[in-house]
Design a protein around this ligand. Structure first.
Ligand code: PXP
Length: 244
């Protein structure tokens, strides 16, 4: 069975919209675990716009599955990871002002700092994953710089999913095949293979069917659905609180 890591960043996004205490991503993480999630993922960005240090310190205390922190390859972030000691660190690219992670990490172009970061993290007993596009050269270089896991970026796949999910669509098949080949090649190099970005209730199955992919990291679509599924009950509870 493919494992599921639930990314709770967007609970923090809603909290930060009001700079209020609620909703708390830590509470969301616990509920996700109770529902069967195999792990919790958060992305601490340089601008701390959603997840902050307090969230991660608390998550480290309460998460009983596995805590995966996504972060950029900077000295400050690696120092923070070494202090908090999550189970896994996923190295991701980060550009100021981006709405979400744009593409995979260029491991080839940044091999030296990435290798140094991986070395520091591994020496402290942390598992390290790199988020990369489904490209053979990036996969090979990830292995060469010491990564033990890769997370294949499924954004291009997700964008290629046609309306009506016609699986015969050539663009869809092309992107799916890239993910398949990447997963297979990474597995051949003894890398553990994860995937994520842009996965939804509608497009997830062809990816979860790829045997070499052991875990998916999914955030936005789960949070989006949770918001709507909880709407009716939330309104009823407010009416009750009003005494209506
Ligand atoms: N994996 C990585 C490396 C990411 O940066 C993100 C988005 O934060 C995800 C997975 C989850 O993507 P989504 O929110 O589209 O499910």
């Amino acid at each position: 069975m493919t494992k599921l890591g639930v990314n709770v960043d967007h609970i923090a996004t809603v909290r930060q919209a009001r700079q209020a205490p609620e909703p708390d991503p830590v509470a969301a993480a616990l509920l996700a675990e109770l529902a069967g999630a195999d792990g919790i993922t958060v992305h601490i960005r340089g601008d701390l716009r959603h997840i902050n240090e307090r969230d991660i310190r608390l998550l480290r205390e309460v998460v009983t599955t596995r805590l995966n922190i996504e972060m950029a390859v900077t000295r400050e972030m690696i120092d923070f990871a070494l202090e908090v000691h999550p189970d896994t660190v996923t190295l991701v690219p980060e550009r100021d002002g981006e709405v979400t992670t744009e593409g995979g990490l260029d491991v080839i172009g940044n091999a030296k700092p990435i290798a140094a970061a991986i070395d520091r993290l591994k020496k402290a007993g942390l598992e390290v994953s790199v988020f990369i596009d489904p490209q053979l050269d990036q996969i090979e270089r990830s292995s060469a710089v010491g990564a033990e896991m890769i997370e294949i970026n499924t954004a291009a796949y997700a964008e290629a999913v046609p309306k009506g999910l016609k699986e015969s669509d050539p663009a869809f098949q092309r992107e799916l095949e890239k993910v398949r080949v990447a997963a297979h090649s990474a597995d051949d190099l003894d890398l553990r293979v994860l995937a994520g970005h842009g996965l939804t209730y509608r497009n997830v199955r062809p990816i979860s069917n790829i045997a070499e992919i052991i875990e998916l990291n999914i955030g936005h679509n789960i949070i989006a659905r949770a918001t709507l599924m909880g709407m009716e009950q939330a309104v009823r509870e407010m009416l009750k609180a009003m005494g209506a």
